[in-house]
Design a protein around this ligand. Structure first.
Ligand SMILES: Cc1cc2nc3c(=O)[nH]c(=O)nc-3n(C[C@H](O)[C@H](O)[C@H](O)COP(=O)(O)OP(=O)(O)OC[C@H]3O[C@@H](n4cnc5c(N)ncnc54)[C@H](O)[C@@H]3O)c2cc1C
Length: 466
């Protein structure tokens, strides 16, 4: 280590606060972990939760205040605690009286639920624990001695922690266009991050808007636009132009599929399709598959996983990530009324013109170049195309060899216990990850029913170390 670097490190060690556990990220995954830690850690313990988003626990999904934004998982499956499945239902019941376990609550209510439960957990244990909520972005990490992790924050502060859990969520994705194909002058009409809620207030009611991506992020943004009285046309462009199906209005019990021995993607899919056709409602089969998905994914080799992503991902997404029936009906009505048109094709270019933006795309099937004149382009491809490239923190950890991207570029490499695997191929006992960052290992780890189990298991593992 150079003398200047050593001095900088010594200075950091002198001035930094030191924690037993730091959770970096402050969305649902981080708060679910903190709540599980409060249950299993023995005091005295110090915990830091570092988040750059206002509203700890709300994260990207639950900080909306629009009631058109509904959960896409039934209330009965949304408890924050894996071992108390009815907890969200009882919270809803205490607020609204009788509620249906199969209903799809407003996401804003879910954010309030998480906040309430966190507050209650802190009230119960606050004297025994030190929990600091640090409102900042962690921008870089370095290794400290004795083995601990040092973090720099975007407000200039630093801290250290002996154990770290990365809970950074999905991040955002770049617009899917080749370099040089987006005019600089077009930038002021391109919304690269639709989760910055302020963008909608800049859109005039008559404007024509193009949403890139046709997943759940797009549905959210379209409904939010029309909820504020939008009258202009909305175009949606994605490679295949597929939109998620609806959940069943009358839920059937899950049907567990037979998976057989072959792990070849084409035969697996063919078998699932045949079983779905023989089932009263294919959704019951998808629901029956869900508890087996993590195991099935881990039985696939790297080539099989990447074949799945190449060939089956869009179909998986629309069957697996379904919409609340009311949400599906609203979107369908907008399509039928001609207010929203969905196109299948590949974006070629975004050009600036005196009239606004000219968007060119290559139509799927015909291969013809098509164009659309729009006022705004909104990038809704985030959830579908997340990765580690956008995070300066992860980049610094990759530079140190603490973190490596997983084989498929979905997140970072972790072992079966969610411990982060470094460049040396070894799992780090003191560095873990929760949520979507671990999708390369677990795949089915984007929603509450899966994250809450992972959060509980990580909390138990950390409690054993402390
Ligand atoms: C629109 C939408 C709707 C959804 N609906 C449902 C649903 O109905 N049911 C369901 O089960 N799941 C749903 N999900 C899935 C959802 O992703 C999970 O339920 C859960 O909210 C994921 O939380 P997270 O904490 O892992 O990620 P996020 O919510 O993305 O939180 C991560 C947080 O970490 C912060 N962060 C990132 N990097 C840093 C850094 N370097 N320093 C500090 N902070 C950082 C981010 O700003 C962010 O606030 C939905 C997702 C979205 C996007």
């Amino acid at each position: 280590m150079l003398q200047s670097e050593r001095k900088a490190t010594e200075k950091l060690e002198e001035t930094s606060k030191v924690y037993d556990v730091a959770i970096v990220g402050a969305g649902f995954s981080a708060i679910a972990l903190a709540m599980n830690l409060l249950r299993v850690l023995q005091p005295p313990v110090s915990v830091a939760i570092v988040g750059d988003n206002p509203g700890f626990g709300r994260g990207t999904a639950y900080r909306t205040d629009l009631r058109v934004h509904r959960l896409n998982v039934a209330a009965a499956r949304m408890s924050v605690y894996a071992d108390e499945p009815d907890d969200f239902l009882s919270w809803l019941g205490s607020r609204y009286g009788s509620v249906s376990p199969d209903g799809y609550a407003a996401r804003t209510d879910y954010g309030l639920y998480v906040r309430d439960r966190l507050a209650a957990a802190l009230r119960d244990r606050d004297r025994a624990f030190r929990i600091d909520f640090i409102k900042a972005k962690a921008t870089s990490c370095d290794l400290q001695i004795p083995p601990s992790f040092g973090f720099k924050l975007d407000n200039g502060d630093t801290f250290r922690a002996a154990n770290v859990v990365l809970a950074l969520g999905v991040g955002s994705a770049d617009i899917p266009a080749a370099a040089g194909q987006i005019d600089d002058q077009a930038e002021h009409r391109i919304v690269r991050n639709p989760w910055r809620l302020s963008w909608r207030s800049r859109v005039r009611a008559v404007d024509t808007v193009l949403m890139l991506g046709s997943g759940l992020t797009m549905i959210d943004q379209v409904l939010a636009l029309f909820a504020r009285g939008h009258e202009g046309k909305v175009h949606v462009l994605s490679r295949r132009g597929l939109v998620s199906h609806s959940h069943a209005t009358r839920k059937l019990p899950p049907v567990t599929p037979a998976l057989g021995d072959s792990r070849e993607i084409s035969s697996l899919l063919a078998s699932l399709r045949a079983q779905a056709n023989a089932t009263q409602d294919w959704r019951a089969l998808m629901d029956g598959l869900r508890p087996q998905t993590q195991t099935l994914w881990q039985e696939l080799n790297s080539e099989q996983r990447s074949r799945f992503l190449r060939h089956a991902l869009p179909w998986w997404n629309i069957h697996r990530h379904r919409l609340a029936p009311t949400v599906h009906r609203q979107f369908d009505a907008l399509r039928k009324a001609g207010a929203v048109s969905v196109h299948a094709g590949r974006l070629s270019a975004v050009r600036s013109s005196s009239a606004g933006l000219g968007v060119q795309y290559r139509e799927r099937g015909s291969g013809s170049e098509r164009s659309l004149s729009v006022d705004w382009v909104v990038n809704c491809t985030g959830m579908e195309r997340s990765g580690v490239a956008q995070s300066p923190l992860l980049k610094s950890m990759i530079d140190l060899g603490l973190v490596v991207p997983d084989d498929l570029g979905l997140g970072i490499a972790v072992d079966e216990m969610s411990r982060v695997v470094g460049a040396d191929g070894l799992a780090n006992e003191g560095l873990l990850a929760v949520g979507q960052l671990t999708a390369g290992r677990f795949w089915e780890i984007t929603a509450v029913p899966d994250i809450r189990v992972q959060a509980r298991d990580i909390a138990v593992a950390l409690a054993r170390r402390l």
